[in-house]
Design a protein around this ligand. Structure first.
Ligand SMILES: C[S@@+](CC[C@H](N)C(=O)[O-])C[C@H]1O[C@@H](n2cnc3c(N)ncnc32)[C@H](O)[C@@H]1O
Length: 276
């Protein structure tokens, strides 16, 4: 895995085995948004794609399937731990996903390298969003497409509303602060930053998917332990407090439970597209 200078210690930081749990528990939540963000950049076989803040690689893997063996996917993230999990889950049939540790505002690529840059649930964590988008523009070819998702306000998605309730009860400010960051890039902020970075044809809209999650009694604690605000609860109150918070999440969402024990819950994200 190639390396470049590390970003500041800010943003979405996961410790220990949390990146592997992030891969497992975030997969069903991210899946429909992965397809939406890739649809938005009109990928074709042979395209060169950058997955910015790739995490454990949900978008990079799906992009590799779309661009095929004649294309190329590069996945960057400032977390080596996240990219290690991504590399471990890379599909064997498209061995050309390249994983590079890099902060979004210092990309180690030449100008005009990519046909598309995609960023799923990453922009809200960048310490310097403007600098990151200038970099995204620089590495895109003229006419290349950019697309990003960022969660709409937490009270637009019942799952996150349940998280907020549990954090208020069991986590307090140390948990609420990283949680708030996940919802800190509304459409206006992102479209203004894209305009300042020189993008054009900037379009934003909200997308909502009803997502079916495994039974919440097991899913809620697993997922909560794989996000920074869950880690904050565990750091301050230990595993018991984390379990109590997860139980509150499951109880709050009881109305969404299906007869087979799964739960179907609407999630809303902003999707912004732009052209360089
Ligand atoms: C919520 S995760 C999203 C990961 C992935 N895109 C997905 O769809 O699951 C946010 C990711 O942003 C990364 N990140 C945060 N700040 C960053 C920065 N300044 N430069 C690069 N990556 C960053 C984190 O390491 C983390 O992997």
């Amino acid at each position: 895995m190639a390396s470049s200078p590390k970003a500041d210690e800010t943003g979405f930081q996961l410790k220990g085995s949390a990146p592997e749990r992030y891969e497992e528990y975030s997969a069903p939540i991210m899946a429909p948004f992965v397809e939406a963000v890739l649809d938005a950049v009109d990928l074709c076989p042979g395209h060169q794609v950058l997955d910015l803040a790739a995490g454990t690689g949900f978008v990079a893997r799906a992009a590799a399937a779309r661009v095929g063996p004649t294309g190329h996917v590069t996945a960057t993230d400032f977390s080596e731990a996240m990219l290690k999990v991504a590399a471990a889950h890379a599909p064997r049939m498209y061995p050309d996903i390249e994983f590079t540790v890099a902060p979004a505002d210092r990309l180690p690529y030449a100008d005009d390298t990519f046909d598309a840059v995609v960023c799923q649930q990453g922009v809200q964590f960048f310490p310097d969003l403007g600098a990151a988008l200038v970099e995204a523009s620089r590495v895109l070819r003229a006419g290349g497409r950019f697309a990003a998702t960022a969660w709409a306000a937490w009270d637009r998605s019942p799952y996150f509303t349940a998280h907020h309730r549990a954090l208020t009860e069991y986590g307090g400010p140390p948990a609420l602060e990283p949680f708030a960051m996940a919802f800190s890039c509304p459409a206006e902020r992102l479209t203004a930053a894209l305009t300042d970075a020189g993008f054009h044809e900037i379009v934003s809209h909200d997308v909502t998917f009803g997502i079916t999650l495994p039974p919440l009694a097991d899913f809620a604690p697993g997922h909560l332990s794989s996000v920074p605000w869950g880690q904050a609860i565990e750091d301050t109150g230990g595993p018991e407090r984390l379990a109590q918070a997860a139980a509150t999440i499951a109880t709050t969402l009881a109305d969404h439970t299906n007869p087979d024990g799964t739960a179907t819950i609407p999630f809303t994200s902003t999707l912004v597209t732009a052209v360089r």
